[in-house]
Design a protein around this ligand. Sequence first.
Ligand SMILES: Nc1nc2c(c(=O)[nH]1)N[C@H]1C(S)=C(S)[C@@H](COP(=O)(O)OP(=O)(O)OC[C@H]3O[C@@H](n4cnc5c(=O)[nH]c(N)nc54)[C@H](O)[C@@H]3O)O[C@H]1N2
Ligand SMILES: Nc1nc2c(c(=O)[nH]1)N[C@H]1C(S)=C(S)[C@@H](COP(=O)(O)OP(=O)(O)OC[C@H]3O[C@@H](n4cnc5c(=O)[nH]c(N)nc54)[C@H](O)[C@@H]3O)O[C@H]1N2
Ligand code: SF4
Ligand SMILES: [Mo]
Length: 763
Amino acid sequence: MTATPDAKQPQSGGPPASDPPKMGGGLPIIQYWAEHTLSAEGPKLWQTLTHKSACLSCAWGTGGQKGGFVNELGEPLQRCMKSVEAISAELQPPVRPHFFERHSLAELQQLSSLEADRLGRLSFPVILRPGRTHYERLDWQEIYRLAETAFRHAPDRVASYSSGRSSNEAAYLLQLMMRSLGSNNLADCSDLCHAPSTVALKAVFGTSTSMVSLEGLHQADCVVLVGSNAPANHPRLMNELIKLRDRGGKVIVVNPVREVGLVKFGSPAFPLTSLLQGTDISSLFLQPIPGSDVALFVGIQKSLIERDLVKTDFLQAHAEGWQDAIAQAQATPWTALVNTCGLSQEEIEAAATLIAQSQRVVFAWAMGVTQQTNSVDTIFSIANTALLTGNVGKPGAGLMPIRGHSNVQGFGSMGVTAHLKEEIRQALEKLLGRSLKREPGYDARALIEAADSGQVDTLLCLGGNLYAANPDLTQAKRALGQINTVIYLSTKPNLGHFHGLARHNTIIVPVFNRFENPHKTTTESGNNFVRLNDEGKTHLKEADLVSEVEFLAELAHRLHGETPVNWRKLQDTRYVRQLIAQTIPGYEQIGQIDETEEEFTIAGRIFTQPQFSTRSGKAQMHVTPLPTLTLPQSQDFGLAEPVQGLVLALMTGRSYSQHNTVVYKESDRYRGIPHRHCILMHPQDVAQAGFVEHQRVSVRGDAGQLDQIEIICGEVRPGSALMFYPEANVLMKAHLEVRSGTPAYKRVPVLVFRNETSSLATH
Ligand SMILES: Nc1nc2c(c(=O)[nH]1)N[C@H]1C(S)=C(S)[C@@H](COP(=O)(O)OP(=O)(O)OC[C@H]3O[C@@H](n4cnc5c(=O)[nH]c(N)nc54)[C@H](O)[C@@H]3O)O[C@H]1N2
Ligand SMILES: Nc1nc2c(c(=O)[nH]1)N[C@H]1C(S)=C(S)[C@@H](COP(=O)(O)OP(=O)(O)OC[C@H]3O[C@@H](n4cnc5c(=O)[nH]c(N)nc54)[C@H](O)[C@@H]3O)O[C@H]1N2
Ligand code: SF4
Ligand SMILES: [Mo]
């Protein structure tokens, strides 16, 4: 197999990208660790790994007071290579002092995500003024003056967006400042991520986060893992799956892509033989049609009902609406279920059998479930399956959304949301001594739509990359361009800084990351565990950085003065924690954390009894309609001439070497993808369309087209394909799940076709 001339090869060890490995993890992990920890950055890297703070990368939440390598049960060796990857990016040298004078915006706009990240750490504030071609430095007085002026606009015309890497304290301050202004426009990355989980879990159980603790997971004897690529995005979860298989438990994987690490995984936390040979992960691997998971779960229910395996006593005692859910499963013919999800009745029944034979089943899911137009229904159907089998409200069982960013869940708890919980609103009203606006604000998509129609004057982005995270990059750019002032608080340059530009002023404020903050902070993991992060230092010499908390408290002070809270005093994060303890349900213990240093599990989140947080205490079951999954015809894509090609359901997500919009490496060795401009297709589809592997094609969606895309054959379900974001975000318009506002990034109808321009590079 030869690579095309311009196909970049993987940058470090292992077999060539076109020859994917037979298991996930394994020796390359050790190799990666060694490369980084023994390199020039090694000493600083070790220092950071052992710093008492939660890992930056994912919400599994490793690290904290007990030291950098420990999980919440005190088990050692819990830092994965993704943690090293994230830290290593933060330890880059600073962007050079005259960099922005020497490089125009036009040049910066040519950079890829990887190149933008490799510019180094942001270490001084800059501004792009109206009509200028270059970012230029500015001083702090001017920043605060511009920010204050920008926020003195009508409250419904100011907004914030946040990404889940900042602390609880920064998140709390952000929402308190915004709500005190009279604005509920607190868009957050979770709107693009797990919002459907929040909506669905709230409706069924009256809670909105995972109901399983790490301890609980240790007791499970079956995990159903739906739409998650945990080997890449939550690697320590793989340790739990290995342990579960070792104790005789079962893992059912549901994923249209046969992700190699979900088949077999080798972890350095286990004896050498496991590392080298890998452990079998999936007991059963199901590859449904993208967006069809609900049909699989209704099918599982149907099979359980037909075999009289439903726990009716449990339902009678602890659930409401179960009769309708059962009636729906009974009334839906097998043909409808099988045709919708593309799995055979035997496969569905096999999954039902494994679940019924297990005593304690955890149902876990990630973006393959949430980023669909029917995601809330799918989560309802997962909940129904768990309830029908009595797998909620007992240790070792329950529902577990696998959260994304390392503190994204903390942002939700702190009230950073367009839809504030009633009890938090009341507590904040008491604190502020005034009533707060009740109408929901803009979530991430509503913010883009409002900006696009000229209804937003000012936007503050606490981290993240609002531009590149959104569907339809053309619209995202245009929308941000209608906002007068955009202020980015960021650690590293990203595509948003060069494409997501305001109409007048775009300001980039460089901030400390979690392990550099001059004060203690806290974060919340996806397992509802609150971590305390120690003070730290930055490696950046002569850096002109600010902490997020200091910036927000200063801005709030300028806007609100000293009443009813002393905003400047809130630069002391201990004071912020006192306010959190007073106003955020379940967070009372944070009031003593400075004295006790005791990290804790948030009260009221983990259900070990079938007594739920709904009004009746019973779970509320919902009927879950099946979607009609059709794809457009090739002539529906607006091309003038008929083309040679085929229409596929495209899933867009992360490679093994990126963190969201930030690319760390061009290749994805686990999927055999040599560079970013590839589409992973099933060989049968490639042949049927008259294509060959490595051929260059065009990929067209309803918002845009990408040319010169290389075909890579892989184990993706026929009829579907996989590409990487953020590049793929030019392709699709935003099609949302209506109750949560989350875009369907995982089922994008695309036309893959031969194009004269694209075909020039064909071999
Ligand atoms: N290293 C690293 N870690 C990360 C991140 C990162 O970018 N890099 N991002 C963080 C964030 S914010 C998040 S939200 C999480 C994301 O973690 P994941 O949700 O694991 O990430 P995705 O790449 O979106 O992959 C989703 C998986 O869903 C599958 N899938 C797609 N469509 C469907 C479908 O219709 N049904 C089913 N059953 N499966 C489907 C895809 O094949 C893929 O394996 O990871 C977090 N952790
Ligand atoms: N097509 C497609 N699009 C998607 C997705 C998908 O699967 N497919 N996934 C969606 C999901 S799940 C998510 S969560 C979003 C991600 O969307 P975002 O959270 O908006 O994006 P990130 O790429 O995580 O943001 C990275 C930037 O955050 C900044 N940063 C990092 N650490 C810190 C910090 O400590 N403080 C501050 N202030 N800044 C920091 C850095 O400047 C970095 O460049 O993308 C969404 N978009
Ligand atoms: S699993 Fe997640 S939180 Fe744990 S070390 Fe890896 S990236 Fe960090
Ligand atoms: Mo996410």
